[in-house]
Design a protein around this ligand. Structure first.
Ligand SMILES: Nc1ncnc2c1ncn2[C@@H]1O[C@H](COP(=O)(O)OP(=O)(O)OP(=O)(O)O)[C@@H](O)[C@H]1O
Length: 317
């Protein structure tokens, strides 16, 4: 599949600060990639290099196969950028703002209006099309920003902390919209955020960024494998038994690493490998009643915690 964004061994040095340190990253067409990291991790610097706004000290940056440093104008034509706070002409309506963007991008007037109205509908601003942008709420501005970015029909959309300041319901709607638009239009999306649960919701892949370094990247499962060197699979079971010491018996399950009783009466069983039905069979053969059995997976939350706690050592490898 076509690679739309590629960073090859990219570093950016600001005097004494190394904002980005030997970053290698490939994002495929149609993919939603989340660049996740705390403030100061280097996310904005990376985005600015992709947009050709700042040059890397070392390495190469390509967007749609175009060298971002030497051909920034061509990159700009293909990339839509949504900063965390979009600037609009406050006295102009949402529709007028979009039409202005269309003119600046050389779109024909009739086509521009058709596209603007269609986009306003897609981002749920149909009823606010003729309202002044200055009267839009924060969430509405971001949605108008997304429509504005899509006016020039970009192949790549870059969103820098797009949900800052939006209320929780607005965030859900906004993220869902990005996902739908990306999948419908085969848009490649790079989204920066320090909000892990948001990234988790819509991204196909996530890159964990700290102190200019990409510590790990991949989908949830591969992140788990990369970050949890003692990778294991955990199951939560709820059983009924008259046995005096079920914990000891559960410890005899083949491949078991640990059995930890929980305060709610359930057990967390840690296995070396994913269960293939053995767990339930063992429990039933022991004569226990099995009320429930569920796989416990590490969420991005745990991964994030772990990466902050162990960030130094993970990053230095
Ligand atoms: N123009 C600049 N001159 C000097 N240092 C800079 C400049 N821009 C960024 N930095 C430094 O580079 C590092 C990375 O900053 P960057 O803004 O890329 O991080 P970030 O992950 O986007 O964080 P935030 O979410 O706070 O914007 C920080 O230490 C920052 O102080």
């Amino acid at each position: 599949m076509t690679t739309m964004i590629e960073l090859k061994n990219v570093s950016k040095q600001y005097k004494e600060v190394k904002a980005v340190d030997r970053l290698n990253l490939k994002i495929k067409k149609g993919e939603i990639f989340g660049l996740l990291g705390p403030n100061g991790a280097g996310k904005s610097t990376t985005i600015h290099m992709l947009l050709g706004l700042t040059e890397p000290t070392e390495g190469e940056v390509y967007v749609g196969g175009i060298h971002a440093t030497t051909r920034p104008i061509e990159v700009k034509k293909r990339v839509g950028f949504l900063p965390d706070d979009v600037g609009f002409y406050e006295d102009m309506t949402g529709l007028e703002n979009l039409l202005l963007t269309a003119r600046l991008n050389g779109l024909k007037e009739d086509m521009a209006k058709e596209r603007a109205l269609s986009l306003l509908k897609q981002v749920g601003l149909e009823d606010a099309a003729n309202k002044k942008a200055g009267e839009y709420s924060r969430g509405m501005r971001q949605r108008l920003g997304l429509a504005d970015v899509l006016m020039k029909d970009p192949e790549v959309v870059i969103l820098d902390e797009p949900t800052l300041g939006i209320d929780p319901k607005g965030i859900q709607e906004f993220l869902k919209m990005i996902r739908t638009l990306s999948k419908e239009k085969k848009l490649t999306v790079l989204l920066s955020s320090h909000q892990l649960h948001q990234v988790q919701q819509i991204c196909d892949r996530v890159g964990l960024f700290v102190k200019g370094k990409l510590l790990a990247q991949g989908d949830m499962e591969s992140l788990q494998k990369q970050l949890f060197d003692d990778y294991s699979v955990q199951y939560k079971v709820e059983i009924g038994t008259t046995s005096q010491n079920p914990e000891e018996e559960l410890n005899k399950i083949p491949g078991v690493q640990s059995v930890v009783p929980q305060s709610d009466g359930t057990y967390i069983i840690d296995l070396k490998q994913a269960d293939n039905g053995e767990l339930a069979r063992f429990i039933i053969e022991k004569g226990y009643r099995l009320f429930s059995l569920e796989k416990v997976s590490y969420g991005l939350n745990e991964i994030y915690q772990r990466y902050f706690q162990g960030g130094e050592t993970l990053g230095s490898s």
